[in-house]
Design a protein around this ligand. Structure first.
Ligand SMILES: Cc1cc2nc3c(=O)[nH]c(=O)nc-3n(C[C@H](O)[C@H](O)[C@H](O)COP(=O)(O)O)c2cc1C
Length: 358
């Protein structure tokens, strides 16, 4: 279990939870780090003061290394990365933007920077910008996934890059972890498997649904926020795929969105309008999606809620605690590795005793 990232981050196991906005909260982060992995806070579009509060809360729950994810293009994204740097968070994970300034600032206090990428171009740019590792999300991944399967993407990036590659998408157990390591990854980052735990803040209805669903029960579309996005196939997700944005509903929901982001309503409104018609429409869709995501965290109404979910949802069969899950993943990985070793040595023994070998 010693890989390039266990050394880099000072953790026992090469396992990260994905920095899921509104979902990877302090209790999840601390549970993953306490169990030997790297817990990653999802900053999403949090108001920066809330991110600071969360970081300080995590420090009361664990003395182990942890990280945080900031999607730079979302409202408050850059400000959240700045808070993480001010707070000297061990590992700053950024997505949706350039992170040269993040790598530089993190290195000054001995921290590390990881870029989330979906293709070779972004991965090479991250390496050139000083990132210490990349998280590569393949086609199977939840949320803003790539268009190449993990099997190919991870292998290619491991060949191309000098920095470690962390595989995201399609991994939900120890066998998947060993598979990713065999392809050349130095670890895995899991989203769907971590929100379907006791610590995950989603309503129990959604966790139960995840246990029922199979690997084909996700939708991958750019209809949700303008970028290809993988979500759980729920009635709301199917309706949103075929329906149009309802401007009146968006107008009313934007008030609560501005409150949640702690951005003055007029500023949010003007920023969105200034970003151009295509972005305005995408932001309206995103606002509708956020509202549907709120339902997964509150009432759990299966007709109205939707959430990001990877194909790996079909590999989720229960809702354990994170401590149980981590222990199980490590056991499964050791079993998978031993099984492969046995198969390899049997093959070697058979071929050395075969007539051709002589
Ligand atoms: C509920 C949810 C929220 C997510 N939010 C974010 C996010 O805020 N930032 C980000 O970079 N990735 C986010 N992701 C994507 C993950 O980082 C990761 O690429 C993905 O979960 C990997 O696929 P898996 O879910 O099959 O493990 C999210 C994923 C899920 C399931």
């Amino acid at each position: 279990m010693k890989t390039a990232i266990t050394d880099l981050f000072g953790v026992k196991y090469p396992i990260l939870n994905a920095g899921m906005g509104r979902v990877a909260l302090p209790n999840m982060v601390a549970a993953v780090s306490n169990a030997g992995g790297l817990g990653v806070l999802g900053c999403g579009s949090n108001p920066p003061e809330l991110t600071r509060e969360y970081i300080r809360e995590i420090r009361t729950l664990t003395d182990k290394p942890f990280g945080g994810n900031a999607p730079l293009m979302l409202p408050n994204g850059r400000a959240n990365a700045e808070v993480m740097l001010e707070e000297k968070v061990h590992v700053v994970n950024y997505s949706m933007g350039k992170g040269d300034w993040i790598a530089k600032a993190a290195h000054e206090y001995g921290g590390k920077a990881i870029a989330s990428v979906t293709n070779q171009h972004l991965a090479q740019r991250a390496q050139a910008h000083g990132a210490d590792a990349v998280i590569a999300a393949g086609l199977e991944a939840a949320g803003h996934a790539g268009d190449v399967t993990c099997f190919v993407l991870i292998r290619r990036l491991a060949q191309m890059l000098d920095i470690p590659v962390i595989a995201a998408g399609g991994v939900a157990d120890g066998t998947g972890l060993v598979g990713a390591l065999a392809l050349g990854a130095s670890g895995v980052s899991m989203g769907t498997r971590f929100w379907t735990t006791q610590e995950g803040p989603m309503h129990q209805n959604f966790k139960d649904k995840a246990v029922e669903l199979d690997i084909t029960d996700t939708i991958f579309s750019d209809k949700y926020d303008g970028v290809m996005n993988r979500v759980m196939k729920t009635p709301a997700a199917v309706r949103a795929l075929n329906g149009r944005v309802n401007p009146i509903a968006v107008f009313f929901s934007s008030f609560s969105l501005a409150r949640e982001l702690n951005i003055p309503y007029l500023k949010l409104f003007m920023d969105v309008i200034k970003s151009g018609p295509k972005n305005t429409y995408d932001m309206m869709r995103m606002s509708q999606m956020l509202q549907m995501h709120t339902i997964t965290l509150t009432t759990g109404d299966m007709q109205k809620g939707m959430t990001a979910s990877g194909m790996s949802v079909g590999l989720v069969n229960d809702v354990p605690t994170i401590a149980e899950l981590m222990e199980r993943i490590v056991d499964e990985a050791r079993e998978a590795y031993a099984r492969l070793n046995e198969q390899m040595s049997e093959d070697a023994a058979t071929s050395s005793s075969s007539p051709e070998a002589a």
